[in-house]
Design a protein around this ligand. Structure first.
Ligand SMILES: *[C@@H]1O[C@H](CO)[C@@H](O)[C@H](O)[C@H]1NC(C)=O
Ligand SMILES: *[C@@H]1O[C@H](CO)[C@@H](O)[C@H](O)[C@H]1NC(C)=O
Ligand SMILES: *[C@@H]1O[C@H](CO)[C@@H](O)[C@H](O)[C@H]1NC(C)=O
Ligand SMILES: *[C@@H]1O[C@H](CO)[C@@H](O)[C@H](O)[C@H]1NC(C)=O
Ligand SMILES: *[C@@H]1O[C@H](CO)[C@@H](O)[C@H](O)[C@H]1NC(C)=O
Ligand SMILES: *[C@@H]1O[C@H](CO)[C@@H](O)[C@H](O)[C@H]1NC(C)=O
Ligand SMILES: *[C@@H]1O[C@H](CO)[C@@H](O)[C@H](O)[C@H]1NC(C)=O
Length: 469
């Protein structure tokens, strides 16, 4: 049934001559992208109710805290290889829901008293000398008549929606110290972050900086304050937010405008009816509850990851979302991400256009190390599911999933005794399997990887032109 013939994506809009030659290699078949199993099967596609994965099954999908590089599972390559550089892109750790995902009229409270994000500008002499640390405490004041108008975006909470929860900060710190245990000695890094050797990059969404606070303290326990890199929210390549109308049009064509996408939403009508009855969400809502399972997935999984119960109707406490229903939402959400980024024939072209700029930057970082023109040892990007997912799509991972909290891709650049460079790419702490001719990304010649990026994008000018075509 699986068609092994690679499919060259040709688009009417691609009239401009470009050196990019995107080839879609379909993903492996699994329960994740099997709609019959997703709709009619049972069980959750992994762990959804705890940040802890037992050691014996570490590597298993855990939405609350995805597997990452740790000493216990790490495989050191043969001694002729020395590690020269790593670049990491990871999703932030677990958080409250977004306010857009909270138009769910049941009352399971979120309390963040004393745990808000810290926001202040630092003077040249440092925190202790110039400024005091400022924490945001979300508040609802009944004198403001809008606060009592329960509607989209209104939640009576002391949390900033979204914010990384205190449990998510702990996970961030553990993630950092696990990475330190593997990489600090291999890269010759000390107790304190040296900005000449290590760079941290965040997006314009505060939650990535909240994660950086915990992560960096775990990575470099001697560090008290650092500067992190951030690009303008008009063209940031990490989140990403740069404008690419061609990518957006292509995405709409294979999602909202295609029955390949809408069929699963229609097939899930009975499940939607139940979830809408509990939450009080209108069947014809315009806030995105019925265009994908994203909002229900987020609202339900955030509760379970923080040991909160599944919700019941505010009008009928016997009408509740069941664990089986939540599991079906989780299967559907993973099917959606596999479709968005791997199963749809145009998904590879979409990933190239939508996330290509970040890969151009990665390419430049790798080339600079190989050319002996960079001192950087560790470049660490803290981002979102909307960043890690297209990165996985670009690399054409064999088994796509919805990247859970803290999910991580590590690009390890090695040099052998003949001074040749090789790349190993780790996903969930292990070499990533792709559907491309590169196969498993385990010590492949760096030229092979750079050629692949080039085949996907051409030059920066090519990408800019293709996006605007
Ligand atoms: C799920 O099972 C129902 C009832 O057996 C069937 O009608 C439906 O076609 C199945 N859905 C899929 C996607 O196979
Ligand atoms: C999809 O899942 C169904 C139900 O588990 C199974 O019968 C079928 O063989 C699967 N299809 C593929 C292509 O694996
Ligand atoms: C989490 O879910 C699994 C599978 O549904 C269940 O076996 C386990 O008891 C749950 N753990 C907690 C802490 O609720
Ligand atoms: C918000 O919750 C607090 C504490 O539960 C309650 O006293 C207050 O009346 C609520 N405010 C609104 C606007 O619902
Ligand atoms: C829908 O799926 C079919 C079968 O895989 C494929 O040939 C077609 O190109 C898809 N359409 C879109 C818009 O992705
Ligand atoms: C609860 O009942 C009230 C009054 O009938 C209705 O306005 C509201 O939408 C219901 N809420 C939910 C979540 O069903
Ligand atoms: C779901 O939405 C409700 C109501 O807006 C909110 O009280 C609750 O905190 C949300 N929970 C999650 C996990 O999104």
């Amino acid at each position: 049934m699986v068609c092994p013939v690679p499919q060259v994506v040709l688009l009417a809009s691609m009239v401009a001559i470009t050196s990019a030659q995107v080839v879609h290699y379909p993903p492996a078949q699994s329960n994740i992208n099997n709609l019959t199993f997703v709709l009619n099967g049972t069980g959750a596609p992994g762990i959804f109710n705890s940040s802890t994965t037992p050691d014996q099954s570490y590597g298993e999908y855990n939405w609350c805290n995805m597997p990452h590089v740790r000493t216990l599972e790490y495989k050191t390559p043969a001694p002729e290889y020395t590690l020269e550089y790593i670049e990491i892109i990871q999703r932030h750790h677990k958080r409250t829901p977004y306010s857009s995902n909270t138009f769910f009229k049941e009352d399971i409270p979120w309390d963040c008293t004393g745990e808000g994000p810290v926001e202040y500008g630092k003077g040249p002499s440092g925190v202790a000398a110039d400024v005091t640390e400022i924490q945001w405490q979300a508040t609802v004041n009944p004198e403001n008549p809008w606060t009592t108008t329960v509607g989209p975006g209104f939640v009576n909470t002391t949390c900033q929606l979204p914010q990384i929860t205190s449990d998510g900060i702990v996970d961030s710190h553990t993630h950092g110290s696990d990475l330190r245990a593997v990489y600090a000695s291999r890269l010759g890094l000390g107790e304190t972050l040296d900005p000449a050797l290590v760079q941290i990059r965040v997006t314009n969404n505060d939650i990535t900086s909240q994660v950086a606070g915990g992560l960096v303290k775990g990575m470099f326990p001697g560090t008290d304050n650092i500067a992190v890199l951030i690009q303008s929210d008009t063209y940031d390549s990490l989140e990403p937010v740069y404008s690419c109308p061609a990518a957006n049009n292509l995405f709409s064509a294979y999602t909202s405008d295609s029955s390949n996408w809408t069929t699963h939403l229609t097939d899930a009508a009975p499940l939607y009816a139940k979830l809408d009855a509990v939450s009080g969400t209108a069947t014809d809502d315009s806030a995105g509850w019925h265009t994908s399972f994203d909002h229900y997935y987020d609202n339900l999984s955030a509760k379970l990851c923080h040991s909160k119960p599944l919700p019941c109707s505010v009008n009928d406490t016997s009408l509740c979302v069941t664990q089986d229903e939540a599991n079906t939402v989780f299967r559907l959400g993973n099917w959606e991400y596999s479709y968005y980024y791997r199963d749809a024939p145009s998904s590879t072209q979409y990933a190239a256009w939508h996330y290509g700029v970040w890969f151009l930057e990665l390419q430049a970082h790798l080339e600079a190390v190989v050319a002996g023109q960079s001192k950087t040892k560790w470049y660490h990007n803290i981002a979102h599911d909307g960043s890690v997912a297209p990165a996985l799509g670009f690399l054409q991972i064999s088994n796509m999933v919805w990247p859970g909290m803290g999910s991580e891709i590590v690009f390890e650049l090695y040099k052998n005794s003949q001074k040749a460079y090789f790349l190993r790419v780790l996903w969930g702490g292990q070499p990533m399997q792709t559907s491309t001719p590169m196969g498993t990304l385990n010590m492949i010649p760096i030229e092979t990887f750079l050629d692949y990026i080039n085949s996907m994008l051409g030059s920066g000018a090519d990408l800019l032109a293709a996006c605007q075509a």
